[in-house]
Design a protein around this ligand. Structure first.
Ligand code: IMP
Ligand code: MG
Length: 180
């Protein structure tokens, strides 16, 4: 049983501030573009994307993709599986992939490959969190919120065994006591 709440890593004010900075940077970079397609990677992205998309000043459309790589484990197997594809046709469009966290990088690498084959006008990547020293593949994020150590984080959309997603802050848990 876990009766205590996860230890706070980034509180609501800090997250808000960083998301505002990212929105400003992205809005500036895409200022000349007709339309930006934001692709949220379900499910972890849902709160970050909701906040980020509302702060952008560029014309944008929102779509989602869902992939799964972990099953119920907290260790990536490297095998990424598509669960739900985009509805929009991204050919000739400016696309920004928005994920909650870059860990091994397998998910982002899979999505970049998949989307490049669809010939977008441009493709960039954004993640709110970047786990240091964990990347198994060569991926550089175009936009990233915070660097974190190799710990398991929850809240603001991120889960541990589907728990804690709705926490307003980003906190740290030890995943071992939280089996599914
Ligand atoms: P990657 O393919 O290993 O980079 O994994 C990326 C996905 O794993 C993210 O989109 C998250 O859904 C999930 N993930 C990785 N680390 C964490 C974490 O610390 N907390 C919650 N989800 C995580
Ligand atoms: Mg995810």
């Amino acid at each position: 049983m876990h009766s205590t709440l996860p230890e706070v890593l980034f509180d609501e004010v800090r997250i808000r501030q960083r998301v505002e900075e990212l929105a400003l940077e992205i809005s500036g970079d895409y200022a000349e573009v007709d339309e930006l397609i934001l692709v949220g990677v379900l499910r972890g992205c849902y709160i970050f994307l909701a906040d980020l998309s509302r702060l952008l000043t560029v014309s944008r459309r929102i779509d989602f993709i869902s992939v799964s790589s972990y099953g119920n484990s907290t260790v990536s197997t490297g095998a990424v599986r598509m669960v739900l594809d985009l509805r929009l046709d991204i050919r000739g469009k400016h696309v920004l992939i928005v994920d909650d966290i870059l860990d091994s990088g397998y998910t982002m690498q899979y999505l970049v490959k998949l989307f490049l084959a669809r010939q977008p006008a441009s493709l960039k990547t954004c993640a709110l969190l970047h786990k240091q020293g964990r990347q198994k593949v060569d991926i550089t994020l175009d936009y990233r919120g915070f660097d974190i150590a190799d710990i398991w984080v929850v809240g603001y959309g991120l889960d541990c065994g589907d728990k804690f997603r709705a926490l307003p802050y980003i906190g740290r848990v030890d995943p071992t006591p939280f089996p599914d």
